[in-house]
Design a protein around this ligand. Sequence first.
Ligand code: PLP
Length: 341
Amino acid sequence: MIDLRSDTVTKPSRAMREAMASAEVGDDVYKEDPTVNRLQKYCAELFGKEDALFVPSGVMGNQLCLNAHTQPGDEVICDKNAHIFQYESGSPAMLSGLSLNLIDGKNGIITPEQVEPLIRPTSAYYMPQTKVIEVENTHNVAGGVVHPIENIKALKTLADKYSLKMHLDGARLWNASVATGISVGEYSSYFDSVSVCLSKGLGAPVGSVILGEKDFIAETFRKRKSWGGGMRQIGILAAGGQFAIENNFAKLAEDHEKAKILAEHITELPNVEIDLSLVETNIIMFKPKSMTVEDVLQKCKDKGLLLGPGGVGVIRAVTHLDISFEDIESTKQILSEVFGA
Ligand SMILES: Cc1ncc(COP(=O)(O)O)c(C=O)c1O
């Protein structure tokens, strides 16, 4: 099976497993796991933040940050298709008593002109209080679209004007950085908190890292424990993450190249709608016009290709470490057969 459902389906390589198996460990609840401490220090330096915290998942990373920035009854402004709204089980409301004020962003990009009118006046005691502007980079539902740095800078200026916090869901910030050449540190400098995933394109089996100032990370450390996320000898997991950053970060360029090759082929298929200009990283979204999404997924599966749904009427294909250029050629062949090209 060629599995293009997500970049989370990668399996740890032999070398990664060896790094994990030989990791030095200690009790991380006592902050005594040297491999976790090393990863956190390494990430803090890489992202130019004072401190970092290893967490089990991207959802926990995002939600810990939102929780630490807010009080129940506060509000977060984000795109209508933000992962924190669509795919985190309602946890802003459930875990932190937050409401989300949604923007109809264009391909996941929210502009200061859209955000400013939604910011609640602090004098309006009867309204929720705006505390955070959230950005997702790259944007999953938009198809791995990179958030332009100039827009991020403008959002940061707006956030400063109203004393709001900026949070970055950087599950795939690595991809944005490789696609643009802008460092993860430069991106992070406009945000009070950043959450990045190790278990997506980088290919680690588990883990995310959140980044921020020392006091902020100390607060998230306390909250992680209260949410049941205090873990013990997790150096074996952190070693996978460390290996992933050091060895697989630069390789994302290949994933982007594979996505481009595949997307270009899809433009040539009959009865398919695709916007090639949105394929900036490793995610491809396309719409079949003469078949249902379910039909296409099943026909592809019967031929040895797994794709996933990407929203209403949309199919998603994601390239990753475990997909070779030969797999891309086979995928093109299968899609041609399914669409009768
Ligand atoms: C943009 C984005 N943020 C956060 C997450 C959550 O990550 P996790 O599945 O590790 O909780 C995902 C997962 O796909 C994602 O795509």
